[in-house]
Structures are given as C-alpha cells and as structure tokens.
Design a protein around this ligand. Structure first.
Ligand code: AMP
Ligand code: MG
Length: 270
C-alpha cells in the first residue's frame, strides 16, 4: 500500500500549499495502468473493512472532501467507493444553503448528516465552505467567519470523542489543470451541463481561495481530525492516494466482528 504520510498535514505548521505539488506522484513507480490495477486491490480491501465496521456497529467514519471546482470530488467518490456495499455508505453534497438552512447556524445541516455507527459518510463539500467560499465572497463579515475555526475544532472534537473517525481530504489541483478541465467541460456535450459561469468567477478568485484553504487547513488540522492534501492533477494517482488513506484509517481502527452467540459449534442446520 502507498505510504500516505507525505500527504498528512497533521499538526504541521505553518501549512503552505506551495509545499504540495499537485502533479506529484510520490511512492508509486508505475503509471496509469498499474495505478488502476492497484486501485482495484484497494477497493476490495476497503469493502472488506467496511463490512467489519458495519458488523462491529460501534464507530463511524466521516470523510470530508474539499477541492476547487473541477478538483475531482465526484470522480474520487465514484472510483474509491466503487466496491463498497451501498448500504453502508452515504454521500452528502453541500451546495449553497437553502432558506431553511440559512435560518439555522451553519453547522446544523452538517450535524444532521454525520454518519451513524457502523457506516461511512462522505461529505462532498462541507462546513468548510463556511470558512472558505463564505470568506472569499464576503458572505458574512470576518468577525463571524473567523470565530468558526474554533467552533469547527470543537465540533469535530465532540464527534471524535463520541466515536466518529474523521478524515479530511483537500484535493489539490493546479490552476492550469483547472483551466484544461473547465475548457473540456465547455467543449464536451456530455459535460457542458455542469458548466456554470460562476465557475469562472471563482477561478478569477483562485488566489484568495488558495489563501482561504491554507488558513482553514492550518486552523483545523488536528490529531483527532487531520487534513490530508492529495495531489489532484493525475486522476488515477489521486484515487489511489485517497483509497490508501481510507484503507489505512480503517486498518488502524481495526473494526472487529462481534462475537457469535455462544454454543453454536454443535448447531447443524437441518
Ligand atoms: P457544486 O459542488 O459544483 O454543485 O457547487 C456547489 C456550490 O455551492 C459551490 O459553488 C459552493 O461554493 C457553494 N456552497 C457550498 N456551501 C456553501 C455555503 N455554506 N455558502 C455558500 N455557498 C456554498
Ligand atoms: Mg460546480
């Protein structure tokens, strides 16, 4: 399995995106073809670990996925979880908040969707939008979003204390790779529906977004809810890294099958 420590931010400070190459291919000798077959083995292993997590029924896993537009959140989810029993996995995508969501605090909609014991939940965007897009677009004043780092640390601490293992992944693409992907989105009739003019507005704000990500990661990468920064320019490598992070996390959790009812050895089904 790939060594995932180069991608772990952990409590390293200060965190700088400049230290993380979006095109890196660390710890893997092969190319796309080998990468895809290695991913196959990882998805099988993830499925097995997830079955044990479910059987154990004591703990949960929350995967937070963040990236710039076209960063590959959807593709990562599709590939990394392709082998896992859909009954044990949920995906929640967080877009701009609805009126009802805005009538509550920003963590309300998030807490509603945290995983049940025995399951894995993937957040496609998350409460981190409330310190990133909200900050970059000036949707709430600084004195409000700046306090949120502390809320988020405490919220995640509570989830972790109560049995949810949290893994946060920032998929790191380069600005040039985003240009290529956005252009493809425009040119490909199968993809054009995904394109929004607003994506170009966000692209113009690339640098403020990067700064907001750097601060969010710096402020919220903890031992109990660490951030990983995953090179995103090569899709196959990104998938391999994210699946390795999840397999390693679940292996460390080491979910155990519950003991069977006693005295079953002599039971024969007639
Ligand atoms: P997509 O993931 O492409 O469907 O886009 C979802 C959009 O919702 C992105 O532009 C996000 O920045 C935006 N979004 C998500 N959460 C929030 C939030 N809390 N406040 C404002 N915009 C958000
Ligand atoms: Mg979009």
């Amino acid at each position: 399995m790939l060594d995932t420590t180069p991608f772990l931010v952990g409590t390293e400070r200060p965190f700088r995106l400049a230290d993380h190459d979006p095109a890196a291919r660390i710890g893997f000798e092969g190319g796309k073809h080998e990468g895809r077959s290695a991913l196959g083995a990882m998805t099988t292993r993830l499925a097995e670990l997830q079955r044990h997590l479910w059987a154990e029924g004591q703990r949960a896993v929350l995967v937070v996925l963040q990236a710039m537009d076209t960063g590959g959140k959807d593709g990562t989810i599709r590939h990394v979880f392709s082998g896992v029993n859909p009954q044990g996995v949920r995906v929640w995508s967080f877009g701009a908040p609805t009126e009802l969501e805005l009538a509550h605090d920003y963590l309300w909609r998030v807490h509603l969707r945290t995983p049940e014991r025995g399951t894995i939940t993937i957040f496609n965007r998350s409460h981190y939008e409330d310190v990133i897009v909200v900050r970059v677009r000036g949707l709430v004043p600084e004195e409000r979003w700046a306090r949120r780092f502390e809320h988020i640390r405490q919220f995640e601490r509570m989830l972790a204390d109560e049995g949810t293992v949290i893994v946060k992944v920032f998929i790191n693409i380069s600005k040039e790779e985003q240009r290529v992907r956005l252009q493809k989105r425009l040119d490909d009739p199968e993809k054009r529906w995904k394109f929004r003019r607003g994506d170009l507005d966000d692209r113009r704000l690339w640098d403020p977004f990067q700064t907001a990500y750097e601060e969010a990661v710096t402020q919220t990468s903890t031992e109990y809810a660490p951030w990983y920064v995953v090179p995103g320019d090569r899709k196959w490598y990104r998938n391999l890294v994210v699946s390795s992070i999840l397999v390693r996390t679940l292996e460390q959790m080491d979910p155990r099958l519950p003991p069977p009812e006693p005295g079953l050895d002599d039971v024969v089904v007639q």
